[in-house]
Design a binder for this molecule. Structure first.
Ligand SMILES: [Zn+2]
Length: 353
């Protein structure tokens, strides 16, 4: 909310500057008329005027772009936090943002099809579309499962919940920013290096914290199926996901078999998500003898815009803290990690809420 207000104020400031610039140009233009034959080049002091315009879909990707682009890009997220990004349909007004973007960044792998279609239909001349998922893993590495079944052909798109894959996303974003805005290349490189150091530190801490979970408890059963690339990296067995591919509720038979699975696995907790409240999870947990923890998130950053934890790193930190605590591990390796932005100053990035 704070950033939204801030960005409105910033927009107002920009329009005042634009009006001033017009007045100045007119005045100076009159004064110099007949001398040079062309209007004087007026410096407005508005350095953001020429800044690269970047639009990105879900907030973890927006956060990665924000950390690399810092205050040198004009960044606008598209998918509001706390909505179902898998079924999100952009409002017609989003077309104007997409039409202005020099760089459009999406996850792909069928996550944001309507937004990608709108971006393609409104793409301005010379705009670059960076679709991260297919550049990060090959088709052989696609994961299919209950929520993303192979016969529907849409792999699980949640690559970013695995920090080592998010780092590859960040590399692709850096490469495009450097290519499109060479004047600021050193700044983007420096921010990327700091971001990579932060994500690598986080990855090591996640490794250390998850290793404290008793091996028999290193099992993930989630409602929304966000951790298939995270699980194998940190030694978790993904025992299942509950949300059917059409985002309805599982059938009575599926619920019964999940209850059996939870009972057999003797896992202490199963996980829901704030974005997808599900009454059947309560039932599966209760009858399966596990605790139900409904606080995991995959694209809704913790806190609100402007808060220090409202970053990609904050998201992973919070999820891992919840998982490690619930599965009877020791989260202390996570303590002292700073999930904040790696750059100085304010980016003005817009995160719709
Ligand atoms: Zn998701």
């Amino acid at each position: 909310m704070r950033t939204t207000l801030k960005s409105i104020l910033r927009l107002q400031r920009l329009s005042i500057l634009a009006v001033l610039a017009t007045v100045l140009t007119a005045t100076v233009g009159c004064a110099t008329q007949g001398e040079s034959g062309s209007p004087a080049n007026v410096e407005t002091g508005d350095s953001s005027r020429a800044a690269l315009k970047v639009a990105s879909t879900v907030s973890p990707i927006t956060s990665l772009a924000e950390n690399i682009g810092g205050d040198r890009i004009r960044l606008t997220g598209i998918v509001p936090e706390g909505t179902n990004s898998h079924t999100f349909e952009p409002a017609p007004s989003v077309a104007a943002i997409l039409a202005e973007a020099d760089l459009f960044i999406a996850n792909g792998l069928f996550l944001e099809e309507p937004t990608i279609r709108m971006a393609e239909a409104n793409q301005k001349e010379g705009a670059v579309h960076l679709i991260l998922g297919p550049k990060t893993i090959t088709e052989e590495e696609w994961v299919f499962d209950f929520s993303f079944p192979q016969d529907e052909g849409h792999p699980n798109p949640h690559l970013w919940t695995a920090p080592h894959l998010a780092l590859r996303y960040a590399q692709h974003i850096r490469d495009e920013l450097v290519r499109l805005d060479a004047d600021n290349a050193a700044y983007y490189e420096e921010n990327f290096d700091a971001l990579a150091a932060s994500i690598n530190d986080l990855d090591r801490r996640v490794m250390a914290a998850t290793e404290t979970i008793p091996p028999v408890n290193r099992k993930l059963l989630t409602y929304h199926d966000s951790f298939p690339y995270f699980g194998p990296r940190y030694g978790f067995e993904i025992i299942g996901a509950i949300q059917p591919s059409d985002f309805t509720e599982p059938s009575a038979r599926e619920v019964a078999s999940l209850i059996d699975q939870v009972r057999e696995s003797e896992v202490p907790a199963i996980f829901g998500s704030e974005v997808f409240p599900s009454p059947v999870m309560q039932q599966i947990a209760r009858e399966g003898g596990a605790e139900f923890v409904d606080e995991l998130r995959d694209d809704d950053l913790p806190g609100g815009p402007g808060d220090p934890e409202h970053t990609y790193m904050g998201l992973i930190l919070e999820d891992v803290r919840i998982i490690v605590n619930a599965l009877e591990g020791d989260p202390s390796p996570l303590e002292g990690y700073d999930p904040g932005h790696v750059f100085e100053g304010e980016s003005g990035a817009v995160y719709p809420q």
